[in-house]
Write a protein that binds this ligand. Structure first.
Ligand SMILES: C[S@@+](CC[C@H](N)C(=O)[O-])C[C@H]1O[C@@H](n2cnc3c(N)ncnc32)[C@H](O)[C@@H]1O
Length: 290
């Protein structure tokens, strides 16, 4: 069976086949797992088919089989990055799971009051998607530190596997609806601008400069060095991994935390059943023993 054909960029219509065979699905599922450790399991065939449609159209390819051939070819590695991009879920928003920000304000920052002026503080937003999470942290630190008379040299490392998300995040420009959904008070952290006639909010320069973006696979070789971070947000990414991968990731995050530093995971992510040396402080908030 076929579905109506969208036009290829060159104008030539491409007829799309509307199913993915089990063996093509397994090939794509295994490739995605090998590269990103995202665990699609057995039940995501329809979803994967829907998501690769755009990549097939952009490549002028009409069948999933031919798309798998492209992935196996010498250009496969470049396409693999795009595949991971369309497969992964990038949903995020400003000040998501606000309890973590309250904890930052009420517990973490008061503890930082004992530190020497100018001390370097490193925060990691691991799996930062399109930037709303690291910019929320940056806006919070920028506003709350002076209120507590904290004068520390803080920086945020924001990383993601998706180069498309990282490009968006670096731009720091968001739809009006995304910014107008958060508390009005935070709007002073943005400049309004018109992009193609549409109102957008761009994170102010002095806040954007505090965040540096790098492409890092959390299960790859480039994960930051031992005992580097005073605070890590690694939220809403573990849910896509199997238990073994989650265990490996938590060991890496634990190693990357300085003694006494905090780790925030997503509200629906539990470290229950994982052998780790972190102390549970509150639901979804952990601390490395000081
Ligand atoms: C749902 S978003 C979470 C964004 C943000 N942390 C939040 O909670 O709002 C998940 C992000 O994880 C990224 N991701 C998936 N697998 C990854 C991996 N192996 N290494 C790094 N990032 C990964 C995806 O590209 C996506 O941007």
């Amino acid at each position: 069976m076929t579905v109506p054909a969208p036009k290829q960029s060159g104008g030539k219509p491409v007829t799309m086949l509307n199913s993915l065979t089990e063996s093509d699905y397994h090939f794509i599922r295994d490739l995605v797992y090998e590269h990103s450790r995202i665990n699609l399991g057995d039940g995501k065939r329809e979803l994967v088919f829907a998501r690769i449609g755009k990549r097939m159209r952009l490549n002028g390819i009409s069948s999933p089989e031919a798309y798998c051939e492209l992935l196996r070819s010498t250009q496969g590695l470049t396409e693999l990055g795009h595949l991971i991009d369309v497969i992964s879920t990038n949903h995020t928003h400003f000040f998501r799971e606000y309890a973590h920000f309250e904890f930052l304000q009420q517990v973490v920052l008061p503890e930082w009051r004992n530190l020497a002026t100018g001390q370097r503080m490193n925060v990691w937003s691991a799996a930062s998607s399109s930037g709303e999470e690291p910019y929320s942290i940056a806006m919070a630190l920028d506003r709350w530190m002076p209120r507590l008379n904290l004068d520390l040299d803080w920086r945020i490392l924001a990383t993601d596997i998706s180069s498309r998300m990282l490009d968006r995040a670096r731009e720091g420009s968001y739809k009006a609806s995304a910014v107008e959904a958060i508390d009005r008070d935070w709007r002073s952290c943005f400049n309004k601008e018109k992009v193609d006639g549409e109102l957008q909010y761009r994170v102010k320069d002095h806040i954007r400069r505090k965040v540096s973006y790098h492409q890092i696979n959390l299960l790859g070789k480039k994960v930051p060095k031992e005992a580097t971070f005073d605070l890590i947000f690694c939220r809403n990414v573990m849910i896509y991994f199997d238990r073994q991968t989650q265990t490996e990731l938590i060991a890496r995050l634990q190693a990357a935390l300085k003694p006494g530093a905090y780790l925030m995971v997503g509200h629906s992510e539990s470290l229950g059943g994982i052998d780790h040396g972190l102390r549970l402080i509150r639901p979804s908030i952990y601390r490395k023993t000081p």
